[in-house]
Design a protein around this ligand. Structure first.
Ligand code: MN
Length: 230
């Protein structure tokens, strides 16, 4: 078992544990070392904010495709023996490995994305996280406004992130598969702003989608758990 993968599993919660378990003993290289984790809830669980059809395509076609491509690209290479986070770190900014980076990055980004919307959690942050949002953004409403501005400001496909940087909360926008992990920052929350994430439900209204996800879907217990694990 690869230690980096074990750390990653601990950091992302029990719901995804089964899907990230190693598929080989370490004796021989596996043909498909990276397993697409199960969606931690039903495809209809995010309705009405995100439709069942969007989740089915987003999880079952797009996310699954990143894993399939990644496994094809790493077969027979040293990357096949690494944890997913190490693959992202080691391929970041290296043009000769852009295909591996894009697929590993998107595989990882969507694990962050699905997990943080697990139904049943609080719709507003509490505890240390709430105090840090007050301190670093001036309160929840100002945080949501700043996050929305970050998300709508990403040109083309990409992501908006809440990260922890030197003990402070900060926002970050990235394009395509890029993510905070590739830049040495700790990820607390990530919202997908690729058109496939919202176009079926919101058409061109990216901002309306991001606002709805922030207000209605984010499980702040998951975000607080990531903060506590840093
Ligand atoms: Mn996506």
């Amino acid at each position: 078992m690869h230690l980096d993968r074990r750390r990653f599993v601990q950091g992302t919660g029990a719901a995804l544990l089964a899907g990230l378990a190693p598929t080989f003993t370490g004796v021989a290289r596996a043909a498909a070392p990276f397993a697409h984790p199960p969606l931690p809830y039903a495809e209809a669980a995010l309705v009405p904010t995100i439709s069942e059809r969007t989740v089915r395509l987003h999880y079952g076609v797009h996310h699954a495709g990143y894993f399939r491509n990644l496994n094809r690209l790493v077969e027979g290479t040293d990357f096949a023996d690494m944890g997913l986070e190490d693959v992202v770190r080691k391929t970041a900014g290296r043009a000769e490995h852009s295909g591996v980076f894009n697929n590993a990055g998107q595989a990882w980004n969507h694990i962050v994305y699905w997990e943080q919307m697990t139904p049943g959690g609080p719709s507003a942050p509490g505890g240390d996280l709430a105090r840090m949002i007050d301190r670093d953004f001036g309160g929840l409403a100002d945080f949501r406004a700043a996050f929305l501005k970050q998300a709508t400001g990403v040109f083309g496909s990409g992501w908006a992130w809440l990260v922890l940087e030197e003990g402070k909360l900060a926002l970050m926008g990235t394009q395509n598969a890029d993510n905070p992990l590739a830049h040495g920052k700790a990820t607390l929350l990530g919202i997908d702003v690729w058109e496939h994430a919202y176009y079926l439900d919101y058409e061109s209204r990216r901002g309306a989608h991001v606002t709805a996800v922030l207000e209605k879907l984010v499980n702040w217990d998951v975000v607080a758990g990531r903060l506590a694990a840093k």
